[in-house]
Design a protein around this ligand. Structure first.
Ligand SMILES: Nc1nc2c(ncn2[C@@H]2O[C@H](COP(=O)(O)OP(=O)(O)OP(=O)(O)O)[C@@H](O)[C@H]2O)c(=O)[nH]1
Length: 286
């Protein structure tokens, strides 16, 4: 077979058999995936997450949602400003994610952002790794959210998009503004991670979650919502524990007050009770 480019009948049969086997293998894998998808569709989701996707203009919010919802990069024909999809968390449970983009033109409007916060329980803050300004906007939005949600449970995630635009170097590669027309990474992964760590939110010791992705290649995008879902559950658990602890303390205080009120030496008996006590016992009743 090595010496000749013409296969013998036996070789041809062998090759065909291998390909058939490969096809069968692929078919089995495809059937398994479809079966799993079907099973997931039948499975009742354990819950639902309502997520706001927010960030400066052109950071790739629409592209991320399109990649997440339709597994494509938006062309001229279709794009997503909101989508609904199920994700599986690490514990194997399915959750429905309802993700909604906040158009960047509404970003400077506090009431608009406030309304969007009211109907969501988590936000993905998107910045473009080619723009330090977009990271500053994302952190400013995070601070606005922290100030506005108050005691309400809310989760955050910082996402650096467009990682495909650099050559894999993790450092800040172009700050010289040499005008060569090529846009490079202006925010290193370390800077993004540091910004996320600085966003202390809902008792997260290490700051908010952080991820770098590329909506164009799809890298990392599928990790956003399962990770955020996990964070939402953590925040909810932390809030429930906080509430339970506050209730426990309040109960203990009530008990202490009740004990204090019920402890004052001997009680003075009413007249009727006093008269009903035999005479020889009355003295000791006072
Ligand atoms: N190279 C690259 N380009 C991207 C990526 N994501 C988005 N873009 C491009 O960035 C531009 C803006 O993307 P959009 O998804 O429209 O950004 P947006 O944040 O929704 O924009 P606004 O709605 O205008 O705020 C488009 O030209 C996209 O093709 C990415 O991961 N890599």
């Amino acid at each position: 077979m090595v010496d000749s480019f013409v296969w013998t009948d036996e070789e041809a049969r062998y090759i065909k058999a291998v390909f058939r086997w490969k096809d069968a293998d692929d078919d089995a894998a495809r059937r398994q995936t479809e079966h799993r998808r079907h099973e997931q569709q039948q499975q009742k989701p354990a819950g639902e997450f309502r997520v706001l996707v927010v960030g400066a203009k052109g950071t790739g919010k629409t592209s991320i949602l399109t990649r997440f919802g339709q597994h494509t990069f938006p062309g001229e024909a279709h794009y997503e400003r909101g989508c609904r999809r199920q994700v599986e968390l690490a514990d194997g449970q399915l959750y429905t994610v309802d993700a909604l983009e906040m158009p960047s033109k509404h970003l400077p409007s506090d009431p608009m952002l406030g309304q969007a916060l009211d109907i969501t329980e988590a936000a993905v803050l998107v910045y473009d790794v080619q723009s330090a300004q977009s990271l500053r906007i994302a952190t400013a939005v995070a601070e606005f959210i922290c100030d506005n949600v108050g005691a309400r449970e809310y989760a955050l995630m910082l996402v650096g998009n467009k990682t495909d635009t650099h050559d894999g170097d993790d450092t800040n590669t172009n700050t010289d503004g040499d005008g060569d027309g090529e846009v490079k990474r202006r925010v290193s992964r370390a800077e993004g991670a540091k910004a996320a760590a600085g966003l202390k939110f809902w008792g997260a010791e290490s700051g908010c979650c952080f991820l770098e992705v590329s909506a164009k290649t799809g890298e990392g995008v599928d990790g956003i919502f399962p990770r955020l879902g996990k964070e939402i559950l953590r925040v909810k658990r932390a809030n429930r524990l906080r509430r339970e602890q506050a209730e426990r303390i309040a109960k203990q205080q009530q008990l202490l007050l009740a004990q204090k009120a019920g402890a004052p030496g001997k009680k003075r008996l009413g007249l009727w009770k006093t008269l009903s006590i035999p005479f020889f016992k009355r003295q000791s009743a006072y």
